[in-house]
Design a protein. Structure first.
Length: 365
């Protein structure tokens, strides 16, 4: 009897030690049961949705019941990014492959639900080549670059994966399309003017209008909840050296995303305001449900490139507040339409791998 009690006590002590909360190098406590750092006071009940590969840009359906996202996961047969759809509360993607919406050919990016939630919009390179486009080689100058594939065009697909319409036919990059909460307009990035600018069009692809016209990479745009404004990230080369570098890289189909800031303007491009002036890479912005704040990703505190965390800032550029505290990467935040939940991508809980997974949490004001 005594031996049994001793064994129980030892097991209890061992289990207690094993389940203690982790402390990262910045002395932030991560709670095992919720995947939440103690400092993340605006997040509650964090749940992990994916368990391997690179998963990003998860966006809500209009009725907040589904998510559409892009993933690169060889276990799913996706050697480069493809588009998948799932219920927002599907926690079984570690065992079951979610439904693929894209063709499985080429590379895709930036998917978004259209009004009615029976179709999605996304960009793909599959018309030019069924294979994954070549990744940029490591540069001798050490610059970190993103590829701007000129084979990207924008398509509409139903939820069975059948493409029902092609929206863009221009030579060059057309991608990064998102949809107004009002269901009447689309915003996207295009190089049709010779530079990477924002454009809007009606939901059927007609009535295309250029929104921005300043040198630099304007992209990752989203509408405000009232449909009146756009938030986006942009590079703004100023010096002769910066301008020359930007133009030379663009000729190679590349951009350097290491210096970007957050901007807001009206849907027609008027009243353009620079919201951040933090330095480094500030990107992946999204409107807070109140339309009075912006949540975004930034590495402005870093001297070596990482970590990237989520921050919140008022539209007047004041009251900057850190939201997440992972020591590697948190990005692509998106609020549900009812403002109660947030989905984001993170390197947390990846057991030291490079996997980027999707997480969902309740939002706490």
């Amino acid at each position: 009897m005594k031996l049994s009690l001793i064994l129980i006590a030892i097991i209890t002590i061992f289990s207690s030690c094993k389940n203690q909360n982790k402390i990262d190098k910045n002395n932030n406590q991560i709670e095992r049961d919720t995947l939440r750092y103690k400092s993340e006071v605006h997040l509650k009940n964090i749940k992990q949705l994916t368990f391997g590969g690179d998963n990003a840009e998860a966006y809500w359906s209009f009725d907040d019941t589904k998510l559409v996202f892009q993933a690169k996961n060889e276990k799913w047969g996706a050697k480069c990014d493809q588009i998948y759809i799932t219920n927002y509360n599907n926690y079984n993607m570690g065992n079951e492959i979610p439904k693929r919406i894209s063709t499985g050919l080429g590379r895709t990016t930036c998917s978004y639900f259209l009004p009615g939630d029976s179709s999605i919009i996304y960009a793909s390179t599959h018309l030019i080549d069924s294979l994954c486009p070549k990744e940029p080689a490591r540069r001798e100058d050490g610059k970190y670059v993103w590829p701007i594939y000129d084979s990207f065009d924008i398509f509409i697909s139903n939820l069975d994966g059948k493409i029902t319409k092609q929206l863009t036919y221009n030579n060059g990059y057309d991608a990064e399309a998102t949809v107004s909460p009002l269901g009447d307009k689309i915003v996207f990035t295009s190089i049709r003017s010779g530079d990477l600018e924002l454009y809007t069009c009606d939901i059927d692809g007609e009535n295309v209008k250029q929104v921005t016209n300043e040198l630099g990479y304007d992209g990752g745009a989203f509408f405000s909840n009232d449909g009146k404004k756009l938030v986006f990230r942009a590079s703004r080369p100023k010096t002769p050296e910066e301008i020359s570098e930007y133009k030379e890289l663009l000729k190679e189909g590349l951009v350097k995303p290491t210096e970007m800031e957050i901007f807001v303007c009206n849907v027609d491009g008027s009243d353009l305001i620079q919201i951040t002036n933090l330095g480094n890479a500030n990107w992946a912005p999204f409107f807070h449900p109140s339309d009075e704040k912006i949540i975004f990703c930034s590495n402005h505190k870093s001297k070596r490139g990482f970590p990237f965390n989520l921050y919140m800032i008022d539209l007047n550029g004041e009251n900057l507040k850190q939201i997440t505290f992972d020591n590697q990467f948190d990005s692509f935040p998106m609020f549900s339409n009812d403002g109660k939940k947030i989905v984001f991508s993170s390197n947390r809980n990846n057991n030291g791998t490079r996997n980027t997974n999707l997480f969902i949490a309740d939002w706490v004001e």
